[in-house]
Design a protein around this ligand. Sequence first.
Ligand SMILES: Nc1nc2c(c(=O)[nH]1)N[C@H]1C(S)=C(S)[C@@H](COP(=O)(O)OP(=O)(O)OC[C@H]3O[C@@H](n4cnc5c(N)ncnc54)[C@H](O)[C@@H]3O)O[C@H]1N2
Ligand code: MOO
Length: 412
Amino acid sequence: MAGFVKEVTSRKRALEDITERLLFPWGYPVRELPLGEAVGRRSASEIINDRPYPPFSRSLRDGYAVRHLDAAGATPGTPLFLTKTGEVSMGVCPDFEISPSEAAAIPTGGILPKGADAVVMLEDTELAGGWVEVRRGVQAGENIILEGEEIHRGERLLVMGGMVDFKTIGMLATAGVSSLSVIDLRISILSTGDEIVPVETKELPPGCIRDVNGWNLKALLSRYGFEAKYRGIANDDGAEFERRFHEELADCDLLILSGGSSVGVRDHCSEMLASLPEPGLLVRGLNIVPGKPTLIAADAAAKKLVVSLPGHPLSCLAVAFTVLLPLLMRRIGAEERECGTRLRLRLARDLAARTGPEEFVPCVLGADGSVAPIAAKSGYISALAKASGFICIPEDRETIRAGEDAEVWLWQ
Ligand SMILES: Nc1nc2c(c(=O)[nH]1)N[C@H]1C(S)=C(S)[C@@H](COP(=O)(O)OP(=O)(O)OC[C@H]3O[C@@H](n4cnc5c(N)ncnc54)[C@H](O)[C@@H]3O)O[C@H]1N2
Ligand code: MOO
């Protein structure tokens, strides 16, 4: 029996030590995916832009391409008159230039003719015969975007380990990245406990609950670019658990367990982790609340990691967010080592804490930019649905008062 955790390591120390001891980053399997299928995954290499964007100078408005000096000082009361020299058609390179005192009609997105350095919007003009009446002056560069102005050749579009998502995919598309190599770590999730039953269970037998952690973990990892396989539930029978553990581990690069990490007849997890080849068990408890009974182990030669998370759903997810994800980022050698955002925000209510462990309290953002803790026990499940992230109370802090700034780890 593993017993209650007595010696605990600080979260930061554990992450640093493991990174150093296991000589992270480790290599990983990759998979080439078409751009659309790469959404939600992490790029296996950095992606460099090989052509300037935009590829040509173009108009951002329907109007007239001009030399800005020719329109300087124009107002509705004191309009200026320019000669209309031609019209730019969409997708056609203009075969004329804009000389002084000339203007050319141009659609939004049209190629800017040579000589022009601004566009006057259509509503600020009036066409009269061959003259364009300009009623508003423009600055150089107004209503246009110059060739190569936004993204230079050689500029980095995505860092190694960067996510392909709604914020980055447009850049990749414009640069013609039609497929890319994504990190394809094999991650398996196994829930443990005789009382844990599959989600399909219609009538819960006495004392049983449906698996929550397996699904929470799968969804959390997917949100941050890691695809994990949900491998179901292992029961607490010693021999059967051992068989299942080794079978799952043989098939993945990272095995995530939940439950059965503290005390009782179900403490096979720590025994299994301790039995791994060098270096074996690396963390036998963390100085965090919730999440103390977290175990981390590795088989360095086989490049396999095992993380055993606490059974209580809120604890399980808090440790996954604050320890497992940062560990994964270090394991792959991603430039960004954390997931989500860390901010300092004003606390809306007093938050009682004790000196000693680092504490993570689910919290919700207020419309006024403050942050409020959510009162939740580690066995709660619904608190997560309301939470924007966690307030982090450092090891050396006690109660934080309303109005003081607190460190907040947001999902976003
Ligand atoms: N006397 C003490 N009791 C406990 C201590 C302690 O120090 N002294 N530590 C507590 C802490 S902290 C935690 S966290 C839990 C950790 O226990 P385990 O990691 O061994 O997890 P279990 O005992 O298997 O489960 C705890 C709880 O969570 C439920 N559970 C487990 N897996 C799932 C799942 N996949 N989906 C939903 N719910 C799950 C399980 O039924 C238990 O109710 O120990 C405390 N006890
Ligand atoms: O670690 Mo327990 O996770 O404090 O509830």
